[in-house]
Ligand binder design. Structure first.
Ligand code: TXA
Ligand code: MG
Length: 350
């Protein structure tokens, strides 16, 4: 498993798409680009293949995988029913960054669903992923193609950093468009429940579904004796080696707060507009304040850039608005921070 050479394929080359599809048809696994993040794909209906995905990632076996389909017409291959809510969501958001949880058919191996009676499914929008899906001719299970615990990969280089030598192939489709993972919504509960915010916003879901609950794990409000709706939400995730804390307040307050800590090598993760206020510190920016698409797009690459041994602590600036794509960005940053948030005090004057 660790002594193989990982080969890089080009998503713009039809011959490379065909070669990767062939690896998957032969019971192999490969990292593929999606519009959200890179996924580590394999035949969702073959329990051994699914086992190889878990092994390559080092993923705990109680964290189920998303099954990717070529189109909504394939839904009944893996789920028992297609409730009207699912079809309305599919109509509006597929192909795209939305995953729905529905009762599963027995054909879906226990390993995919971690023994749950439900399966998470989505139809991805990335052309290369869709081409591989069609050529492979089978639903593809694909978790994010990172080592368990790391930020999800948004470039082929991120995948190689985490999984080189552990998988045979990476299909390079350039940087992912959205940059955070799909939204996961559980349609087996009433009202439907948002398990993970992502590329489709809660507001957009409510336009289609009406009432939608938010799983308490999304905002870190989970009682210690309760399990999150999405098993994956309980794991420490997205975190660089150094502890990360979210700092709220104005730019000036945050900059004063970081300097007042007097740490040896603090690093700052902030909006582009704020970089000058942190001048002289180790600063990584991830997008523009007020442009949540840019923040989502740049977040995981920035978190990886901060994963350096000399960094003692990371102070992160996070959008305070909890709407649209901001909700996904906040969720990922709060998870990276283990929900540690400080409010930088008002300057005391004088
Ligand atoms: O954008 C994405 O969703 C990417 C790309 C590759 O499609 N995939 C992805 O997969 O993020 P993964 O495995 O990293 O995250 C899947 C999440 C986990 O939190 C998992 O616990 C949850 O979905 N999940 C999977 N099956 C579930 C189920 N039956 N019920 C509840 N949650 C489920
Ligand atoms: Mg993941």
């Amino acid at each position: 498993m660790t002594d193989r050479v990982t080969r890089l394929y080009d998503a713009a080359e039809p011959a490379d798409i065909a070669a990767v599809a062939e690896i998957l048809r032969d019971g192999g696994i490969a990292a593929l680009p999606t519009e959200t993040v890179y996924g580590l794909a394999g035949d969702a209906l073959d329990a051994d293949v699914v086992g190889a995905i878990y092994a390559a990632k080092g993923r705990p076996s109680d964290n189920p995988l998303i099954v990717h389909l070529a189109g909504v017409d394939e839904l009944l291959r893996v789920v028992r029913q297609t409730p009207p809510a699912a079809l309305r969501l599919a109509e509006r958001f597929w192909p795209g960054p939305l995953t729905v949880v529905l009762p599963r058919r027995p054909i879906v191996p226990d390993r995919v669903t971690a023994g749950l009676d439900t399966v998470a499914v989505r139809v991805p929008a990335h052309d290369a992923f869709r081409a591989v899906l069609r050529a492979a001719g089978t639903p593809l299970a694909a978790p994010s193609a990172n080592r368990a615990g790391s930020p999800s990969p948004t470039t082929a280089q991120h995948v190689l950093h985490d999984l080189s030598g552990r998988i045979p192939a990476v299909l390079d489709g350039g940087p992912c468009d959205v940059g955070v993972e799909s939204t996961v919504v559980d349609l087996t509960s009433t009202p439907p429940r948002l398990l993970r915010p992502g590329g489709v916003s809660l507001e957009e879901l409510r336009e289609v579904l009406g009432d939608v609950d938010v799983d308490p794990a999304v905002v870190g409000d989970l009682a210690p004796d309760r399990a999150p709706g999405a098993p994956g939400m309980k794991y420490r995730h997205y975190a660089p080696a150094a502890p990360l804390v979210v700092v709220e307040g104005t730019t000036a307050q945050a900059a004063a707060y970081v300097r007042a800590q007097g740490l040896a090598h603090p690093a700052v993760l902030c909006f582009e507009e704020e970089a000058a206020a942190f001048d002289g510190l180790d600063v990584v920016t991830y997008g523009r304040a007020g442009d949540p698409r840019s923040l989502a797009h740049g977040l995981f690459d920035a978190l990886r850039a901060l994963d350096r041994p000399e960094v003692s602590r990371i102070f992160a600036r996070c959008p305070e608005a909890d709407d649209g794509l901001n909700r996904a960005v906040r969720n990922r940053l709060l998870k990276a921070a283990a929900f540690q948030v400080v409010r930088a005090p008002e300057p005391t004057g004088g």
